[in-house]
Design a protein around this ligand. Structure first.
Ligand code: PMP
Length: 304
């Protein structure tokens, strides 16, 4: 990743990709106290456009606030930086990674002279779990790792350190031959995937866990809006893993994963054992939306 052409926005300036470096004593590298975003830009008839840019930037600022990190830039500046990174790297579609981290100004938990540094990189990143899985669905298993407790890490923050739990769960799932993990909360109820929110469809209704230990996903918000527009009842509530076994359909949502059907959980085939009809409808609305093919919610796209 580090050895390629291109530009990365770092602390207000465009820096050649290979020179966007930090010191080994970078504080966030040691303790995981940092916040980041995952954002996508898609090719649209008006040119490359970033999907729900302002919402992602707002979540980044909220994450920083939760962790008590000072932000040296405004939301407008960070929005402009993300647009500039896509433009100046000549990307027609991209995955963007903004991150705020503490530098090497001090070391140790008591360091009191830390500065927040901000970077934005962007690169081409096609389908996160493979194009074919978008139509056939993925196989997942319930993780042996529990999702964060609301008072251990801060679940509303997309914080770097939170992702050690995601990595452990995902690596276990992949090692066992699955495509993704399903994490339960500390009381045993369904939380989310390692980097996705989860939805199930039963009797034509859409159910998703409430925002307790799962991230307030922007794709989740988008899908809830679409379902409501279609007149589908949406219920945010506690869900058990066996409800998913007997659901008609299930899918994950995330900026990277987009709308990914789930065809199997813990060896039980879900519904028809492939992408279900409501999942297909919501998925196609999603792709039409991000690619600028719908007139509704045009302001969700920030043209580069
Ligand atoms: N949960 C977790 C743990 C995630 O990392 C992500 C990806 N950011 C999501 C859910 C989905 O969030 P979004 O739709 O905003 O990408």
């Amino acid at each position: 990743m580090a050895d390629r052409d291109g530009l990365i926005w770092l602390d207000g300036e465009m820096v050649p990709w290979r020179e966007a470096k930090v010191h080994v004593l970078t504080h966030t590298l040691h303790y995981g106290m940092g916040v980041f975003e995952g954002v996508r830009a898609y090719e649209t008839p008006k040119g490359p456009a970033i999907f729900r840019l302002q919402d992602h930037t707002k979540r980044l600022f909220n994450s920083a606030k939760i962790l008590g990190m000072d932000m040296p830039f405004s939301e407008d500046e960070l929005n402009a930086a993300q647009l500039a990174v896509v433009k100046q790297n000549n990307l027609s579609s991209a995955y963007l990674r903004p991150m705020c981290f503490y530098g090497s100004e001090g070391m140790g938990l008591r360091a009191d002279n830390l500065k927040t540094h901000v970077m934005v990189a962007a690169w081409e990143w096609p389908s996160y779990m493979g194009e074919e899985n978008l139509s056939h669905g993925i196989r997942i298993n319930t993780s042996s790792y529990t999702r964060h407790h609301v008072n251990i890490t801060m679940c509303k923050a997309k914080a770097n350190g939170n992702y050690m739990n995601s990595m452990l769960a995902l690596q276990e799932a992949l090692r066992n031959g699955y495509d993704e993990a399903l994490l339960l909360d500390n009381e045993g109820y369904v939380a989310e995937g390692s980097g996705e929110n989860i939805f199930v469809i039963t009797n034509g209704e859409l159910h998703t866990p409430e925002l307790t230990s799962c991230l307030d996903g922007i794709t989740r918000r988008t899908i809830i809006q679409f379902a409501e527009d279609l007149g589908i009842t949406v219920k945010e509530r506690r869900i058990t893993r066996d409800e998913i076994y007997i659901a008609d359909e299930a899918f994950f949502t995330g900026t990277a994963a987009e709308v990914m059907p789930i065809r199997e959980l813990d060896g039980r085939s879900i519904g028809c054992g492939s992408r279900g009809p409501i999942t297909e409808k919501l998925q196609s609305m999603y792709f039409d939306q991000v690619k600028g093919q719908r007139e509704e919610y045009a302001d969700w796209l920030a043209v580069v």
